[in-house]
Write a protein that binds this ligand. Structure first.
Ligand code: NAP
Length: 311
């Protein structure tokens, strides 16, 4: 790239969630020159989680903000550099990996991809128009705007259940709309949601349209069993209908599955030598903070071995 500054590192990590921060902690402690590129807040999806109850070491639970801050501080302690930029492309120049952001380009020998996932869009009329005006994908960020309101949460997985439980702090009335009559989320969250006096359920139902004026006023909901369509009044629509991996910028560089999750072996190595993938963006059985942290440590060690063998 003409006129663009190019810095060279032994390891570059893209994404500063728990997997990326753990990888950075390990590579910088191993005295490898390391750059972590994060487009937003360190901590990734942890930053939008109110209370984390299933990360070991915190018997009372820990807030997402606190765990993010602790992991960031620890990762930076050993000399890892960080920049806040968005990666748009990765390309190969022989064994060298070139990581391009809007502002700059960086080169490295080993690349660790830890870009996680983002919430899937529902893709119905009104969703885009009312984003930020009643449509939300983040209860922690937007919940307080819905104090004493009547809101709906769409989805039946862990995200929908945990976010709905969090939103009961604010909402007057909350309805979970799920396309089947059985929830997908973890049993303990199911029990809590089903027991909550503030949460109602609309089973076998899908949202077809989001209506409003300057903000959301109602949704059209279809019962998939009976075909009946009805308008439901609501002030907020929280959508948690699954996740999509943030891997677009790597298309053609490493092998992925049809959904865009990066394929790796158990050492987090991808199909391209010197590129590793960790956490939620890779194809794996369980996407949790604990498994992302394990991936981060494994990938850092694999990167270190790759660099040693290369020399
Ligand atoms: P998920 O498990 O994929 O659940 C998505 C939900 O949305 C499912 O109930 C699905 O219905 C529904 N859905 C998908 N597409 C839809 C559509 N077009 N219209 C209506 N409904 C639709 O996603 P997630 O809840 O975001 O969780 C993702 C991962 O993160 C999981 O591995 C989860 O365990 C993890 N997570 C963990 C925690 C925690 O442990 N505290 C919290 C949040 C997330 P069906 O059930 O019919 O497929």
């Amino acid at each position: 790239m003409k006129g663009v500054k190019t810095e060279v590192y032994e390891v570059i990590i893209i994404g500063g969630g728990p997997g990326g921060l753990t990888a950075g902690l390990y590579t910088s402690r191993a005295r490898l020159s390391t750059l972590l590129i994060e487009s937003a807040l360190f901590g990734g999806q942890m930053t939008t989680t109110e209370l984390i109850e299933n990360y070991p070491g915190f018997p009372q639970g820990v807030t997402g903000d606190e765990l993010s801050r602790l992991m960031e501080d620890q990762a930076k302690k050993f000399g890892m550099k960080t920049v806040t930029q968005e990666v748009v492309k990765v390309s190969l120049e022989g064994a060298v990996k070139v990581v391009q952001t809007y502002e700059s380009a960086y080169r490295c020998e080993a690349l660790i991809v830890s870009t996680g996932t983002e919430y899937r869009k529902l893709g119905v009329p009104g969703e885009k128009e009312f984003a930020g005006k009643g449509v939300s994908y983040c209860a922690t960020c937007d919940g307080a705007f819905f104090r004493d309101s009547q809101i709906v949460v769409v989805g039946g997985g862990d995200s929908a259940l945990t976010e709905a439980l969090f939103l009961t702090k604010f909402a007057r009335e909350l309805t979970i709309i799920h396309r089947r009559d059985a929830l997908r989320g973890t049993k303990i969250y199911q029990e809590r949601a089903l027991a909550s006096p503030k949460i109602k359920f609309l089973w076998n139902s899908i949202v077809q349209e989001i209506n409003g004026d300057s903000t959301v006023r109602s949704i059209n909901v279809k019962n998939v069993k009976t075909g009946e369509i009805k308008e439901v009044e609501t002030e907020g629509v929280f959508l948690f209908v699954g996740l999509v991996p943030r891997t677009q910028f790597l298309k053609g560089v490493v092998q992925m599955d049809e959904a865009g999750y990066i394929l790796t072996n158990e050492d987090c190595e991808t199909s391209t030598k010197g590129i590793l993938a960790v956490g939620d963006c890779r194809k794996k059985l369980l996407r949790q903070i604990a498994t992302a942290v394990g991936d981060g440590a494994t990938a850092a060690f694999a990167a270190e071995k790759f660099l040693e063998l290369k020399e």
